[in-house]
Write a protein that binds this ligand. Structure first.
Ligand SMILES: [Zn+2]
Ligand SMILES: [Zn+2]
Ligand SMILES: [Zn+2]
Ligand SMILES: [Zn+2]
Ligand SMILES: [Zn+2]
Length: 478
């Protein structure tokens, strides 16, 4: 028989169910255009900047109000019916202020902020009819709301499908056989190749999603149940969230280059026996497209797109437009060469690889630029890999009939070539200073500006209704 309390509890469960927490977290990640984990909290709140403000406890020091008297970690206050301008004139909307204790560790206050955001987007201020949500532990309705905000928070920071994919790639599974915990069961998993040491599930989840140890443990223990709820959502949405990229990855412990699962040798230093799982604060570089003959779609250093089919080096900056190791010239069978045209080859490396991933020896690019270490570390502003191509205008009249020959390989070259396309050595006109260096041209500066624009996160403006529902206002084109 149902008691009065049971009926009340089921009413709570309807308002505060887990399914809603999961769905709202998924929709948030989709609508704000989250591109990678760990979640960029600052960028996310940029989408709500007209309605939700973040206020660290440290900024309250001057005032007579001490937020610590309300909560150790944080809380959220609603301001009703304020005039807010979304760019189309003022409208009546709620605003929210999220207070958080910024003296805690990063992982902890990230959790606090997203928990409070859960209260906002799940409409708890309206449901509970409270302007300030702070601990009211003796109130069952409040407790149910708090649990739901936690469920939202953990799925927004570390959505079950994304966590599951990460674990699967590393050979983890969870079943009755493993005692209901996540254990390494597939030693043939793709990510385990060339890894050196076995990964730890908790550490992977902590680093990948920016969680505290406690939150990561909780994520793992609730993962199977929550995955079931996710499977009930729109399959498109599931796939989109599952596929969100990771900033964290396995990096060579010698030179910190991101590991490539297919290469036994590190492309940055030529070693390859131990990797560490790290978040260096940026994504791996985009893979550059190839032309039909195997040349890069554009030069990895200066972005130049204008070179002939027989070019091995970029005529503007001298960087190789086919990057392969010296063994490519001596190995038979695994590639086909026709004149300078490389058709295919296992020793062909990515544009800025210093060492060959197949055999560990210096590549053409490495020979050109020298085996430098830590070139991909943050703060090391490497200009070696472009994301876009451009074309450099001629400086000299192209009809110049002088027969220009490379002093090193006696190949003829065009008057505007700064480097020989066959041997990569500087040309006479460049050496004499008649042709300016590519990095000083307006074309290169424009290319850098265009690339910076692309990298900038696009800002999507969202409006939150009083019940927490989100409306997309505008999506600035990239
Ligand atoms: Zn709460
Ligand atoms: Zn390395
Ligand atoms: Zn170039
Ligand atoms: Zn090689
Ligand atoms: Zn030459």
């Amino acid at each position: 028989m149902l008691t009065g309390t049971d009926i009340l509890m089921s009413a709570y469960n309807e308002c505060f169910d887990r399914e809603k927490a999961v769905r709202v977290s998924a929709e948030l990640l989709r609508d704000t255009g989250v591109a990678f984990f760990p979640l960029d909290i600052e960028q996310l709140f940029g989408s709500f900047r007209r309605q939700v403000s973040l206020k660290p406890y440290s900024s309250c020091k001057e005032s007579s109000f001490d937020p610590l008297t309300l909560s150790k970690d944080g809380f959220c206050t609603r301001f009703q019916d304020l005039l807010t301008d979304f760019g189309t004139g003022p409208v009546n909307r709620n605003k929210w202020m999220i207070y958080y204790n910024d003296e805690s560790l990063d992982a902890r206050y990230r959790f606090t902020i997203m928990h409070e955001m859960g209260h906002v987007l799940l409409g708890h201020h309206q449901l509970l009819n409270m302007d300030t949500l702070k601990g009211a532990e003796d109130d069952p309705e409040y407790r149910a709301a708090d649990t739901q905000a936690d469920q939202f928070c953990i799925n927004a920071l570390a959505p079950a499908p994304a966590v599951y994919r990460l674990l699967k790639e590393h050979g983890f599974s969870c079943s009755a056989k493993t005692g209901g915990t996540w254990k390494l069961t597939n030693t043939q998993a793709p990510f385990l190749r060339n890894l050196g040491k076995e990964p730890d599930a908790g550490q992977l989840v902590m680093t990948s999603f920016g969680l505290s140890q406690a939150a990561a443990r909780r994520r793992l223990s609730e993962l199977r149940d929550e995955l079931e709820i996710w499977k009930g959502l729109d399959p498109e949405l599931y796939k989109q969230i599952e596929g969100i990229a990771h900033r964290a990855g396995w990096y060579c412990w010698v030179c910190h280059t991101r590991r490539r699962t297919t290469s036994p040798y590190c492309p940055g230093c030529g070693n390859g026996w131990d990797y560490e799982y790290k978040d260096y604060g940026r994504l791996s570089r985009p893979v550059m497209g190839l032309r039909e003959n195997g040349q890069f779609a554009f030069c990895s250093v200066c972005g130049n797109t204008e070179y002939t089919e027989d070019a091995a080096y970029c005529p503007v900056c001298g960087a190789p437009v086919i990057n392969e190791c010296e063994n490519a010239y001596h190995t038979d069978g695994d590639f086909v060469r026709s004149g300078m045209l490389v058709i295919r080859g296992t020793h062909r490396c990515r544009p800025t690889d210093i060492y060959c991933g197949t055999c560990g020896v210096l590549t053409a690019f490495g020979a050109q630029h020298g085996p430098r270490k830590n070139m991909w570390l943050p703060g090391n502003k490497s200009e070696r890999c472009r994301t876009q191509g451009t074309s450099y205008p001629s400086v000299l009249p192209s009809a110049d009939s002088r027969n220009l020959k490379c002093p090193s390989c006696s190949q003829t070259y065009a008057p505007n070539d700064r480097y020989c396309r066959v041997c990569g050595k500087p040309t006479l006109l460049y050496n004499e200073g008649i042709l300016p260096d590519y990095s000083e041209t307006e074309t290169f500066k424009a290319l850098r500006r265009a690339e910076a624009d692309i990298m900038k996160p696009h800002s999507i403006q969202l409006m939150i209704g009083s019940d927490g529902t989100i409306t997309i206002l505008n999506q600035q084109a990239r």
